[in-house]
Design a protein around this ligand. Sequence first.
Ligand SMILES: [Zn+2]
Length: 469
Amino acid sequence: MNLKKHTSTFLFVVIIVFFATSVNAQPARDSIDWQRYQDMAVKLMQQYLQVNTSNPPGNEIAAAKFLKAVFDEHGIQNEIFEYKPGRANIIARIKGNGNKRPIILASHSDVVTADPSAWEVDPFSGEIKGGYVYGRGALDMKGEGLLHLMAMILLKKEAGVLSRDVIFLATADEEVNNEGALWMIKNKAELFKDAEYLVTEGGDNLRAGDSIKFVGVDVAEKAPFWLQLIATGEPGHGSRPIADSASNRLVRAMARILEWQTPIKVLPAVEKFFKDIAPLQEEPWRTKFMNIRESLKDPAFAKDLTNEREYNFLVRNTISLTMLSGSKQTNVIPNVATCNLDVRLLPGEDPQEFLKALTAVVADPTLSIKNVNTFKPPNSSVVNTELFETIARVTKAHHPEALVTTKMLSGYTESQLYRQLGIIAYGWTPIYTTSEENEGVHGNNERIRVVDVRQGTRELYEVVSQIAR
Ligand SMILES: [Zn+2]
């Protein structure tokens, strides 16, 4: 080998490495005055929580106007859509060069109602106490919306040229009828339907003390398929029992439903979840979780696993008996008795097939079963994407101990609506709560750690700026 050639090759490699390193380095990352942006984030968080958008009635126009003022102040293009008096969505956009398809940061601006008498502070005070910002919506989901807002401000000021549009979308009425998101999809889809990715609520993270146990990216959700069982029969006096009364037949049917073990099915995202959390388990579960599909063929293990509430819903369609009604009086045998079932179907399930199977289990043709909600077919997003990788990389950089995995949600989020447009939708947020803090969601004393507002501002910006680089 010619020495001269060898040297020049070496130099060439050095230059390439140097060049590649400087290209990969995050632009302007170190020059960002984080202190300033994080102070701004905390202040805006308090203000956003002071906007009362309890739904009902919602009044999300107040939130839209608050957000608009911030966007206007920072020169970010935005538009409010008041689709009916007081109910409004807002969209904002930072344009990229169009090399890649947009990413949407989606949140809902309504919150559930709060009973002030059960709270330590006024639910709409945005008060800071003991390291937390308190307020209805702090976790569900004005906190995440605020991080989205901060990402927009940071992108505008600090990121330079983007490869894709970044779209901020805050919609009304998620907590009741999804009117806001449905209205946008029906009337304004041209503004966002070409997006490649969407990030919204649904991420399921777990903090234990100072360490982050896991960061669950929600890639699939189950779908509510609510049913009502109706039994009718001869009424009478409670002192003279009727063996096949409406309530008796209903209760027998309910007992058969309770006994029914719905079939176990393992979806790819769920398989990955068990594999990812296997190292956190004690034996023998560690080994079993590594190959959950095989392990579940063992009836004893399947029984143990499905006895755990947090795992059971991941591997099957579930049924909860919820509303019950019969007679209004102890001594009256009613002519109608009903029971509502909160059924949750796995992604890919056919509700009519489920209904057929359930009817067979009920095995009583005198009972009728009807669907009592608007069924939205369950769906899921692929896992192996640049976005998932970016979330994992950024999270690991800040929390090396955290496990980043895919967590299917038992509840419903609006990701289901956006996936139907072909958008890859994930539930993810860099807000890390303990199970106790999580109780604040739809409960009392909902609060977000000040440190999560500060650190989350940075982590969310890093993910969005890297995916839009
Ligand atoms: Zn929510």
